[in-house]
Design a protein. Structure first.
Length: 225
């Protein structure tokens, strides 16, 4: 398995990018529950954009019930085609991820060659192994770390790699602006869902890349019942 392809789009067998369990420290920010103290529209001077870029089956699953992703990695995706990963990464100044995602990367080659050059913030409540790269361990809610994340990103944007509970927590804190999904031509019928919680989206861009339909959405806010 190619670490670069798997890590960049958040896919691998047993991959925690697709994990939607709420980990310690995020339990009070369950998916679909917006916090009144941090939500709402962005300020005029706030130019940092937070992205969640991932891949999914056509029926909205990130992995099958056995966490197998052969259906995804066997499909053709042009790394120079529309809405490709290198072009996306060129605008990213900082990454954020959960502890389980971080440990998955270490287990799949990250200790030998950390795949990211930009600063990476790992949300955790326990001690984790360090790597030869700019990795910063943090705790608390996304909004507690907003200033540090955006300072590290500089004039570029932030990539929320996962897992799903962390991405939902960023959305609930008003810190998830865009969701980009590359849909594979397969129906799994069951598995790990694309995203936790109910949210309103607006389509901003779409394209065909190889065997994938790519779509970029603006994240508007929680969906009213």
């Amino acid at each position: 398995m190619c670490l670069t392809r798997a890590a960049l789009i958040g896919c691998s067998a047993s991959c925690p990018f697709f994990e939607h369990r709420v980990r310690p420290g995020l339990a009070q920010y369950t998916a679909g529950t917006a916090r009144a103290d941090v939500g709402g529209p962005r300020e005029d001077g706030d130019m940092t954009t937070y992205h969640f870029y991932t891949a999914s089956s056509l029926d909205g699953f990130l992995a099958d019930p056995e966490d197998d992703l052969g259906w995804l990695l066997s499909r053709h995706f042009d790394e120079k085609g529309p809405m490709n990963i290198p072009d996306f990464q060129a605008g990213i100044g900082a990454n954020v991820m959960g502890a389980t995602t971080y440990e998955w990367l270490l287990a799949h080659g990250g200790t030998d060659s950390w795949p990211y050059e930009v600063p990476t913030f790992v949300f955790t409540h326990r001690e984790l192994a360090a790597v030869d790269g700019d990795v910063r361990f943090v705790s608390g809610a996304p909004s507690d770390n907003r200033a540090a994340i955006e300072s590290a990103a500089g004039d570029r944007d932030v990539w929320v790699l996962g897992g799903g509970a962390l991405a939902a927590a960023f959305a609930d804190d008003g810190m998830l602006d865009e969701l980009t999904v590359t849909f594979a031509p397969v129906l799994l019928g069951a598995g790990r869902p694309l995203f936790g919680g109910a949210r309103e989206l607006r389509l901003r861009e779409h394209a065909v890349n190889g065997e994938f339909l790519a779509a970029r959405y603006e994240v508007l806010g929680p969906r009213e019942a």
